[in-house]
Structure formats: C-alpha cells, structure tokens
Design a protein around this ligand. Sequence first.
Ligand code: PLP
Length: 408
Amino acid sequence: MTRTPIIEMLENIGKTPIRFAMPGHKGRGGAAHDITELPGADNLYSPEGAIARAEELCAQEFGAARAMMSVCGSTACVLAMMGYFPRGSKIIMARDFHLSAKNGIDIFGIKPVFVEVETALGALQQTVSAEAFEKAISEHPDAAAVYLTYPNPYGMCADVERIARAAHEAGMTVLVDSAHGAHFGVAGLPKTAGELGADIWSVSFHKTLPALNQAAVLFCSENADGERLKASLRRVTTTSPSYPILASIDYARAWKAQKGEAEYAKLISIIEEAKLNEIEGVTRLATDDPTRIVLDVRKKGGGAFVEEELFKRGIAIESSDAANIVLITAPADTAEDFAALKAALNELPMAPIDIPEAKLVLSGGGAGESVFAYPPGIPIALSKAHMSEEEREYIALLKKWGYNIIGD
Ligand SMILES: Cc1ncc(COP(=O)(O)O)c(C=O)c1O
C-alpha cells in the first residue's frame, strides 16, 4: 500500500479543537484540515517531516531526483525555472509558451532567444520544430538553457528527446513546462518530460490528475541543483500554503502509482468506444495525447457556438477556438458522460461556417504586459506597448471570432 504522509498527518493534526492561529475559520464549518504550520505539520518552505516524505514518494513515482510541491500551480514552477538562473542569462525558448514564462522573463531579467512557432485561426496549435531548435542551439552556444512546452494545451507533443539531446551536447540545462502532462508515463500515453531528458520540469496535477485546483509539482533530475531550485521556488510561493492542496497532491500521486495504468487503459477504451468521429458534422482531430480530445465542429456552428450550446445542456468543456472544442478528459469521466456529449452534439443542427485562413508566426517582442487569448494563455503579442501590425490585426480577428482576449 502506497503511503500518503500528508493525508496521514492531517488526519491527526486536523483534530486540534482550539486554534488561536490562522486561518480565521479556526477549522470549523468543515474546514478542519485547512491548517497553518501547526506543530508536526511540517513547512513547505523547508520540509523535513510529512511534506518531505510525500515529496520523496512523488519524486520516486515520477522518476525524478527531487520533487517540490507547489500550491500556486505550474505558474509558480515556471517562474521558479526562470529564477533559477542569474539575471541576464540567455535561454532559448519555444515561443508557444504560457504567459507565466513571459512573466518569468520580465521578472528575472532573462535574455530570451525565441524559436518561432506558427499559430492559425481555428487550427490545432502546432509545436516547435526540432530543426529550428537545433539551429538556435548552434547559433547561441552561450545560452544557459532551453525551454519547451510539452505537451501543448491541444495535446500536441514537441520532440523533447531530440531537442534535449542537442541541448545537453551543448552543455545547456533542459527546462520543460509539462503543465498538461501530469498523467503521462503510463502505458498508452506519451513519456514524461523527465523520461525524455528534461533536467527541470513542472506538471499541473490539477489539470489531469484527481487533485485540487492549483496543485502542481516541480521536478528536477540529478543534473540540476535541487537546493538552488527550491530557493527559487520559495521566492515565488505564498507563505500560507494550502494543506488541502498539498494533501491532494499526495492523494493523486498515490492514486497514479496504484491505479494509473488500469484507470488510463479504461479511459482510453471508453474514449475509443464513444466513437466521437461518427457524429455527423464533427471530426475528431489526431492528437499525440489520446486523452486530449479536439473536435472540429465548424459544420455545427463553430467552437464558441458549440461550447455555449453544450453548456446550456449541462456539459462544460475546457476551451474552444473558431473551429474546435477542446476537452480535457480523465478517468473520472464516465462512459455515460461521453454518451451525453455525443447525444448533445448529435442534437445540434448542421450549421456550417466558413473560417478565413489566418496565421501568425509567434515571435519576439519587448518586456511588459502581454496580450493573450485565455484559454490557452499563449501570448500572441509579448508586449502590449510594442505590438506589430500583424499582431494587432490577428488579435482583432480573434476577438471577432469570440476569443477571450486579455491584456489588450
Ligand atoms: C502550458 C501551460 N503552462 C503553465 C500553465 C500554468 O499552470 P497553472 O494553472 O497550474 O498555474 C498553464 C495553464 O493553463 C498552461 O496551459
């Protein structure tokens, strides 16, 4: 039986009846386990007890030298990756990064070298090309690190293994934002970023594993300096960590270790049996992560329309774009849920729309507030103050197509 040290600790300390301490709810009204650093509760800033033991188990399960829990999502982990390097360090970065990476560049004075990635209206977000990355590595031998997103929010995977090999040959540290890949590594799913050669990588447990929102873990291999990374994570973390979130990381790690293989095999077969491709007017697009479902619904009125119609019928999805809806699936989704989705999509009348061909090469830009569509949060323009004409036009088009644009 896999241990869950934080849950076991909370079961004990959560019984403390009188608390002249934070939080102000005093553990009453069902919040018994939401404690502060009471005696025996350990301390996320410098763990030595239950949190340290849970992190060791997490590192073992995910094949890392060290695991560091984050109660501030992968956002904090990505910032910590940037803050790991001295100010002015050069990092070669695939430009399809999440806005947290852009914020990290600004906050920690990183000198980025961008490897361009194309984005297109109503299309699967593609990943960086390994050739382009290798070229950047050979042109910038003074870079301290490379930075990649794997997988992207559409479940597409860059060739981390090949890029990591080139980076290591050049003596660079390999950083991977694997926020959407916490479930990777079990049979039938892509390998984890660590297995492919990442030195430092982060995963959002809350996105795909049974964990509370904001639950994430920052990992490193023997190649990285764990103490320096931990110090960097401390600089971007709340001083009031949520124990329920920590407990949910502990739970999800034990769940993955014990049941991950069986549960994901079941999920993959439920998805296959749902035959979502057999719905008239709906095309399931091929993704590298078989649990990330992207359905082209342009014949049914487009992504935003279908998202709204599904929600009216009690079905929420992760996101939509002009043509597609994107579903994050997990073993907690049942065959009945997929049947309900299929019935709702079948019910929607055919209403084809024409989506104009529009593309933008995500490229450079200055410091400051970025402009992005959320979800998925990939900056379209890196600097609101210095937007190019192409960026301005593309953002206007996205707005017209119902994207939720933030920062413009
Ligand atoms: C690729 C990517 N990286 C990082 C993040 C940030 O993760 P979190 O929400 O866990 O802070 C997200 C969130 O959507 C993301 O899509």
